[in-house]
Design a protein around this ligand. Structure first.
Ligand code: ATP
Length: 181
């Protein structure tokens, strides 16, 4: 009998916070019938130098809560690999780690259309493009951004229509994003 091909999709981001645009991306990826797993990889972002506001732990928790509302197959693995490295990681290095750990036949890289537009400037872009197949999602379909959500929270506006319910509860319980930078 022929071995079934292992196809893994990687979806990375700062997820600060995870919102309905991200959820729509994962729903769409789960509809694709050839994926064995989807790996969601919250990025490490330096607390000193970047614009991430929630801690890595909180961003990771929010992703896990949101993913727990999705169907079980194909499985979505929320990985803390980049966060645990405690330093910014290039996507090409994450791809190398996925190859070593899962030995997939193919890797798909899931990107929103804005990230795709900057891909040529990424570290070792040519190598990266050689090693993955791209799945680009049009951001106009669910036009929401984490920046917009953080701005609304600062102005004490409701974000319930923009994030999964479990994420809204988490943000409200921990009073995340209520302080200006
Ligand atoms: P920020 O506003 O802080 O820049 P963001 O909303 O763009 O954040 P990220 O965590 O940076 O969210 O995005 C992770 C990945 O998800 C990227 O590939 C991005 O293009 C994609 N993405 C973000 N929002 C959407 C959306 N509404 N529809 C489709 N893809 C999205």
């Amino acid at each position: 009998m022929q071995k079934k091909r292992t196809s893994i999709a990687l979806f990375g981001g700062s997820f600060d916070p995870f919102h309905l645009g991200h959820l729509a991306v994962l729903r769409a990826a789960q509809q694709v019938d050839f994926l064995s797993y989807i790996i969601v990889m919250p990025a490490y972002v330096s607390p000193h130098k970047d614009k991430t506001i929630a801690s890595a732990t909180d961003r990771f928790e929010m992703v896990k809560l949101a993913v727990s509302t999705l169907p079980p197959t194909p499985p979505i693995i929320v990985s803390d690999w980049e966060i645990q490295r405690d330093a910014p990681t290039y996507t090409i290095d994450t791809i190398a780690e996925i190859k070593e750990r899962y030995m997939p036949d193919e890797i798909y890289l899931i990107l929103g259309s804005d990230s795709y537009a900057t891909l040529q400037s990424w570290h070792r872009a040519e190598d990266l493009i050689d090693q993955v197949k791209l799945m680009v999602i049009d951001r106009k379909t669910v036009p929401v951004s984490a920046t917009e959500i953080r701005e609304k929270l600062l102005k004490l506006e409701s974000i319930e229509a923009l994030v999964p319910e479990v994420v809204a509860s988490y943000i409200s319980k921990l009073k995340l994003y209520s302080q200006p930078l």
